[in-house]
Design a protein around this ligand. Sequence first.
Ligand code: C5P
Length: 236
Amino acid sequence: MLPQDRLIVALDVDTLDEARRLVEPLSGRVGMFKVGLQLYHSVGSEAIDLIHRMGGRVFADFKFHDIPNTAAQAARAVTRRGVAMFNLHAAGGREMLSAAVRASREEAVALGQASPLCLAVTVLTSLDERVLRQEVGITKPLERVVVDWAVLAREAGVDGVVASPWEIKAIRAACGQEFAIVTPGVRPAGSRQDDQRRVMTPAEALRAGATYIVVGRPITAAPDPREAVERLLEEG
Ligand code: C5P
């Protein structure tokens, strides 16, 4: 069984109606809904408010990457929205990461609410070692970069990382049991991979050490999303 609070559903849709069609039946059965740039820039913060009104929790997947002061103010603003989780790029460096974490915690305390989990994005899974070397100028092996950035994030006070299922073991070994690992690229056994390449099933990802798994299309494109969730929870 996959505990339902470990499942995050990616709401990669354009309209509030589509979001509502998913949030309504699922809000009691999943841990969080991920609001990314597509939905946010289509309907604005109404997406977050809709999920909260329906009793759901929000992962704000906005991947902040800016100078420390700007990232910190963005972290404050997203914390004021009452989200349960948000993220930023580890590539922004230690000062940016710690400024954002500090600002978010201060804001949560000032509002008397729980601090959202703050996650770092390490190397985007769309990049490979060749691109990293030739286009970005990073010459270390990819897994080394992922683990080094995860360690940097942890030292800066960040609560966890977003990572591909294939990186979980190395991150867990370097960052310990308390560090959160949120992993997309998860597909139920026997389902379509879509454009995801190196996938794992929910059970495999949990066994490898994932804290949360993010699933989009296998749920959002299913004829009956609620049933797709029930199957996934059972299978995991
Ligand atoms: O539909 P699917 O299950 O592939 O959706 C996965 C979600 O996780 C999407 O919102 C995608 O942008 C996100 N994601 C990912 N791989 C990453 C980081 C985020 O698939 N490395």
